[in-house]
Design a protein around this ligand. Structure first.
Ligand code: FAD
Length: 576
């Protein structure tokens, strides 16, 4: 019996569930783990794959949010920096410090504008000069002084900056550098949170591809999209953690709300050896002429650039379009005029919808990135309360989960059993973050398992210390590299498919690995992966072909016709 059938059969026999969490993004799975550690039985469902929403489409920064200082969101910055430092410890296998450099185009620019924004007057952010940036970075260092995990900021002269970052716009007066953190595999970390929740408390269950059909009295009706089967469960509390879909989900539950004001944001992944060399290991964080903050950072041998910020009411149809591609190319050209990057260099794009709170602000950048919960009490025949999770950043998911869990525990009359600030996640457990200790770890596991050191190093980079169990149990016969993508072996793919809730080929390439992100989801790779995954999941050749077609559609560069041909004129709305 598969894990899925087992959960569904159990739910049919025992439909009572303490907490039903709708939505398997980082806020949903973070709460699942938080409650599992307190011994609360939960069922989490996602209408699509886990992490298919904003949580796999972010800029991958685990950060304090330097920009939020201008809006006086000191509490949010402090909380974010605290959580950033926790993630550096608890998920050291995929959260690492990141040097971030800001090109400065004037010494005093933006003083008046930043002062107005600081005092709550809604003006569009403009170019910020060295003085304003220096003040923000000083505050950043001040906030982290007691728990310093990253170096302090510093300014670099124009000459030195142009020498170390070739191709940078020569109109700069200096650059400023500070440290935040990046997350290499946010998608995998969410899967690890689900696995940790299941390990901590077996009554903690999660199902992807399960649609919410509605509710009646104390019952919630769910439909398993993989089999068409329906099941009715009786939750004591429902958590709506569906991000940008919160209002739509509430409507299905018979509640009219207008909590959300989502904005879509797109990123491009490009193959540009010159830009990759210019960046080194740093992110460049810059302002476009329209005042929007953009970023460009290395990802293995590729470069990621982003992002846009466009209001949208329909998270299901959000995708990166040709105008956004033009916009991002134009912003890059402003900061790196000396490096040529063209639309033909794009290997992948991704677009997500930020679950921002509803706001009348015309300036989207000024809408708070903080988080809150709205509790709707039982009414109109609905017998359970609905908690809607609004806003939040990837960085602050644990703090958000902790706050929501406290409310849930109080309502259930249960005690908190443990704090989660120091609880490691998945392959971050006992992770040797120090490079010398890591080399020793790799040597030991290689010697004990018989795998080559290079192979163990690749595994630890993907799975953290969970690589040890993999290496020890590796079937030598299945350690055959894939013909089309030799960095992965047949055994590794089989293991992901069998253990990580994969239902479709796109789950594997988009959210259990970086295959799509790095532009490697080519037709030959997808065919070989479909064959290997199909061997585990029982896909016949027709199903394999269908999976390949669906995965190709998922990784298609939207506006591909534009990318290959004529440039579409930039639309200013792409940045607003
Ligand atoms: C472009 C962009 C850049 C960002 N950059 C950063 C960054 O650098 N750092 C940072 O900290 N944060 C960043 N964020 C914010 C961060 O990604 C989000 O705040 C966070 O991922 C939200 O998580 P969530 O779980 O609330 O929502 P989501 O991840 O969107 O998850 C919601 C889930 O609910 C599911 N769902 C929808 N309807 C239903 C239903 N009826 N029933 C069941 N499931 C349903 C969806 O399929 C989805 O999986 C960024 C966001 C975007 C879009």
């Amino acid at each position: 019996m598969t894990w899925r059938t087992e959960i569904l059969q159990d739910l049919k026999a025992n439909p009572e569930v303490s907490v039903l969490i709708l939505g398997g993004g980082v806020n949903g799975v973070g709460l699942l783990r938080e409650l599992a550690l307190q011994g609360v039985d939960c069922l989490l469902t996602d209408k699509s794959d886990f992490v298919a929403g904003a949580s796999s489409k972010s800029s991958r920064m685990i950060h304090g949010g330097l920009r939020y200082l201008e809006n006086r969101e000191f509490r949010l910055v402090r909380e974010s920096l605290f959580e950033r430092n926790r993630l550096l410890d608890n998920a050291a296998h995929c959260v690492t410090p990141l040097q971030t450099t800001i090109p400065l185009f004037s010494w005093l620019g933006g003083l008046l504008r930043s002062t107005l924004i600081f005092w709550g007057i809604s003006v569009r952010p403009g170019s910020r000069g060295a003085l304003i940036v220096k003040m923000g970075l000083w505050f950043y260092d001040f906030v982290t002084r007691k728990d310093r995990r990253t170096p302090k900021h510093y300014l670099t002269s124009k000459g030195e900056s142009l020498r170390t970052i070739p191709g940078l716009n020569p109109s700069i007066v200096a650059t400023a550098s500070y440290w935040d953190a990046e997350i290499s595999q946010p998608e995998r970390l969410c899967i690890e949170l689900i696995q940790d929740a299941r390990a901590a408390y077996p009554r903690s269950r999660a199902l992807n591809y399960v649609r919410l059909e509605g509710c009646q009295g104390g019952q919630v009706h769910l439909r398993d999209e993989t089999t068409g089967e329906s099941v009715a469960i009786r939750p004591r509390i429902v958590i709506n953690a569906t991000g940008a879909w919160v209002d739509l989900t509430n409507r299905t539950l018979g509640i009219e709300t207008r909590f959300m004001g989502g904005t879509k944001g797109s990123h491009l992944v490009v193959r540009s050896p010159a830009l990759r060399r210019a960046l080194g290991d740093r992110m460049v964080y810059y302002q476009h002429a329209d005042g929007r903050v953009c970023i460009v950072f290395p990802l293995k041998d590729k470069v990621v650039m982003g992002s846009t910020d466009i209001r949208t009411d329909d998270p299901d149809s959000a995708e990166c379009d040709g105008a956004e591609i033009d916009y991002m190319m134009a912003t890059l050209c402003g900061v790196f005029p000396g490096v040529e990057v063209s639309r033909q260099d794009i290997v992948f794009t991704f677009c997500g919808v930020r679950p921002l709170p509803a706001s009348k602000s015309e300036v989207l950048a000024n809408v708070s990135r903080g988080h809150s919960v709205e509790v709707i009490e039982p009414a109109g025949g609905r017998e359970f309360p609905v908690y809607s999770l609004i806003g939040g950043k990837w960085t602050t998911f644990r703090a958000f989960a902790e706050q929501v869990a406290d409310g849930v525990l109080a309502r259930l009359g249960a005690e908190r059993k443990c704090a989660t600030q120091g609880v490691a996640i998945g392959g971050g457990r006992d992770f040797p973050a120090d490079p010398e200790r890591r080399r020793e770890w790799i040597r030991r596991v290689a010697a004990e398992s018989g795998l080559a050191e290079g192979r163990v190093a690749a595994l630890v980079e993907r799975y953290g210390t969970a690589a040890e169990a993999y290496a020890m149990g590796a079937d030598a016969g299945a350690e055959t590299p894939l013909r089309s993508l030799p960095g992965y072996t047949v055994g590794e793919i089989r293991r992901i498919v069998a253990r990580e809730f994969v239902e479709h080929l796109a789950d594997l390439v988009c959210r259990r690995s970086t295959i799509a992100l790095l532009g490697d989801a080519r037709p030959d790779v997808l065919r070989e992966l479909a064959q290997v995954a199909g061997g585990v999941l029982g896909w016949d050749p027709a199903r394999q072909e269908q999976e390949v077609a669906q995965a190709l559609a998922a990784v298609r560069v939207p506006g591909a016709r534009d990318v290959q041909g004529r440039a579409t004129p930039p639309t200013p709305s792409a940045a607003s």
